[in-house]
Design a protein around this ligand. Structure first.
Ligand code: AMP
Length: 336
């Protein structure tokens, strides 16, 4: 069995604390599969899509491997675009929150060199950058990679499609051969496979299968919504269909708490169910739900395991689950 709890992945207390602060309740499949291999120092080729939790899958081991006392670049994460670099850097910052002395710095085209130079001089250990700007800094001698321990290529297929092949080759060749190499790519066309073959050492393939399973008696509908309008769409659907007994699933404890608060301020009767609650608290919420004093149960996957309530009218996947099996469990709460 692949471990699903972050506490089973051999992480430091500082990382576990940051993960708890982010509200992640269980490891996404790509994280459960990739983190132990990366922690063991092996090269990894990960095949998974955006939204699978891949950023944390490489960022967590990258932070764990960084020595805060050493003021040199130890990890380089290459991303195709400035937007992605910024996003990845934000996630690294959040995950490294409790690890003192770790500095992560995004460097990308379009931002002033000065700011990046200050950060580099101050001894940033984790650099998140686009290939072009990383090359610029290498040529100017402002970015030195001789102490690099880990090189991560995020969305490697996109980087190659954007014409970064030569830059990537040059960067790879400027790093110590002892480095750990990590490729993440949604697709694995031949140029990517060649690059992997040339630049990594017997990598372990980590792939998250997206096999489809269906529950025929349940009607499944999806809406494409900008995240700012999710609550609005949710409450409107509840009103239009006059729903009275509903389970709403979120991926994090924090999201559960936020959504419960929003629903209650808008006059809906909602309560949350998540892994931080003790048994007595859970029983109280479940009893209320069963006896219909409560209309909306907002839950995480872990907390909702084993819930059995008759006559549930609808299940909302407010956040999409990472795991196909979780999805099937969620929607199986209705339609019986
Ligand atoms: P990514 O695939 O890396 O773009 O991640 C998509 C989103 O999922 C990001 O907003 C992450 O913060 C979030 N996320 C990553 N891992 C988890 C997890 N184990 N539980 C809940 N949310 C997560």
């Amino acid at each position: 069995m692949i471990p699903k709890l972050f506490s089973e992945l051999g992480l430091s207390p500082e990382l576990l604390k940051a993960i708890a602060k982010l509200g992640f309740e269980q490891a996404a499949p790509i994280q459960a599969a990739a983190i132990p291999v990366l922690m063991a120092g092996k090269d990894v080729v990960g095949q998974s899509q955006t939204g699978s939790g891949k950023t944390a899958a490489f960022a967590i081991p990258a932070i764990e491997k960084t020595d805060p006392r050493e003021r040199a670049v130890q990890v380089l994460i290459l991303c195709p675009t400035r937007e992605l670099a910024v996003q990845v850097a934000e996630e690294v910052h959040k995950l490294a929150f409790f690890k003192r002395g770790i500095h992560a710095l995004p460097i990308y085209g379009g931002q002033s060199y000065d700011r990046q130079l200050i950060g580099l001089r101050q001894g940033a250990q984790i650099i998140i950058g686009t290939p072009g700007r990383v090359m610029d800094h290498m040529e100017r001698g402002t970015l030195r990679l001789e102490n690099l321990k880990m090189l991560i290529l995020d969305e490697a297929d996109v980087m190659l499609n954007m014409g970064f092949r030569e830059d990537i080759e040059t960067i790879l060749k400027s790093t110590p051969p002892t480095r750990q190499t990590v490729f993440f790519s949604a697709t694995m066309p031949r140029p990517i496979r060649e690059l992997i073959e040339r630049h990594s050492k017997t990598p372990e393939n980590v792939r998250v299968e997206q096999t489809a399973m269906t529950v025929p008696t349940v009607e499944q509908i999806y809406f494409e919504v900008d995240r700012r309008w999710k609550i609005e769409v949710l409450t409107r659907l509840i009103d239009v269909h006059d729903l009275k007994l509903v389970i709403i699933f979120c991926n994090t404890k924090r999201m559960v708490d936020e959504l419960v608060e929003h629903l209650n301020t808008q006059g809906y009767s909602a309560e949350g169910l998540h892994g931080d609650m003790n048994q007595a608290q859970r029983d109280r919420v479940m009893n209320k739900f069963r006896k219909s004093g409560l209309e909306f149960l907002v839950a995480t996957d872990v907390a909702a395991r084993g819930i059995d309530v008759d006559d549930i009218q609808a299940v909302f996947n407010y956040d999409l689950p990472y795991d196909v099996e979780d999805y099937v469990h969620r929607i199986g709460r209705t339609g019986r």
